[in-house]
Design a protein around this ligand. Sequence first.
Ligand code: NDP
Length: 602
Amino acid sequence: MTTDSAAARDMLIDAAFDVDALREKYRQERERRLRPEGIEQFVELTGDFSRYVDDPYADSDFIRPAISKEVDVLVAGGGFGGLSAAAQLRKNGWRDLTIVEKGGDFGGTWYWNRYPGAQCDIETYCYLPLLEETGYAPSLKYAFAPEILEHAQRIGKMFDLYKDALFQTEITGMRWLEDEGRWLCATSRGDAIKARFVVQTNGILDRPKLPGIPGIASFNGHTFHTSRWDYHYTGGSNEGGLDKLADKRVAVIGTGATAIQCIPHLARHAKHLYVVQRTPSCVDERRNAPTDFAWMSSLSAGWQAARRRNFVALTSGVPQPEDLVGDGWTEIARTVGGYLSADLDETSDESRAQVGELADFQKMNKIRARVEAIVDDAQTAEALKPWYRQFCKRPTFNDDYLDSFNRPNVTLIDTKGRGLDAVTEAGLQFDGQEYAVDCIIFATGFEVGTSFVRRMGFETIGRDGKALSDAWSQGLRSLHGVMVHEFPNLFHMGINQNAPSYCVTYHLDEQAEHIVAILGHARAAGARYVEPTQASEQSWVATIRAKSGATLAFQRECTPSYLNNEGKADGPLNEIYGGGSIEFSELIRDWREQGMPGLELR
Ligand code: NDP
């Protein structure tokens, strides 16, 4: 340990907390939350449960004739990934596109997640893509869902993408036609689209899931998932005003990032609200603020890329001379940087990790103290304290959540890591007690660790009849997470074998740029087929495995969540590039500059 970090360690220990006791407490809390079923504990939304994924926002009577056509590029998905890819394609002269999107409009996550209080927890000036190109100035530091959805639509209009979009349409299968050098894409509307290239961007948190609680199907009251909010039942909007709940007893299951945002509104309006908790979230202050438009208009060209890069660097442990965003996400980086300020670059990874852990304890102590300061009832406050490292679960930020538990109409059902015992015809059952309710809202998240093909909802058949599910049956394989050997002209956007960041749009924009550069390279070479060689793919898989150690070690100690495959720490999220987002961006940029070695062009 360097003198610098040894001093930091001493200072933090002197700051009066028992490191060993905290480690032990975190371990115990993790133990009581572990379930042997792992990701199998959830209910897949098929069969009788498929109504939970019906689109409540679009016209359910919509019909159109089936389409049969050929295009240069088909983009599967119209969220920020698809929009970013399509905008990049347009900017680079690709005119002949088709975008296939399940929802009734662009927006992806922000099309589906319209629940009351839905808000982006990443600073808008970083999160909203293409702010400089569109000339849009967001209204707030942290925008609410309607403004984000509107920005997705703005990008769609600016790049003339609406005329090329097939909404309320799902891909049902894709087959590579070797002789024609095209993908044949079938859809839920009977379309047959032949595309020279396909960009697959179907979202990361796209398929809602329900908890496998015994009796879940027997409940006689009303139920829905937060990503399909039923405003007909609750009244109100994203801004709240859920006036139809005034005579309703409501239960919300889950206390993750989504629940934290909608619970304050439910608490304000329900006759009674039961909050079912398994693991408490880490809830920091939000401190939202209106945009200073004078400041925004004073920024020089290239400001957004620089700001995003600064945020992504700090949140992935890369020291920066300043913290441009300066919020709860970057606080740990500030603390660690402060203690090690003399020679950060010289500090060994081990020393930095030790100080990082101490700074994390310090941060989480503050989070727990905040719970005590806000929640009046001591027992409830104790139950709401999170005992794990800050980035084991997605940190949350809200100024109203904790205070909701001071209302007389709100009851916390703390299941201490167990989950409910049962759902009955009339409501909930836990520890021998019944809770009669009129409505159950599932804030229980999305499938992450299940098979990629299951989450996409269709099979992809590549060269020589190879199915993607077979290709990945023994583990993922790809080049940069973007292309797969035996699947020519097909590009993936997402989190497989690359380097996701908390600012998801940064990562999607990087991928879009990468893909469009490869397409440009193929076009310039007059190639109709582009595919990574087996050797380049094997080399990338080896890089991923070699770099995954630190992430894996961190996740193994964490309380269960989708981030560590519900405690098993060997899921797809550990197939990420361990060097972090900034290193990954530099690596793929260098690869492009070197002429894209390892690609076969025909
Ligand atoms: P999560 O998966 O994060 O949370 C699901 C919740 O359901 C957890 O509290 C979980 O408890 C609980 N749960 C699951 N099964 C049971 C059960 N049997 N009994 C009781 N509780 C149960 O989903 P979210 O929708 O909250 O968030 C998903 C992700 O979406 C976030 O991590 C984030 O990436 C993104 N998001 C982003 C936002 C933004 O501002 N950008 C806002 C909201 C979400 P346990 O923790 O014990 O598993």
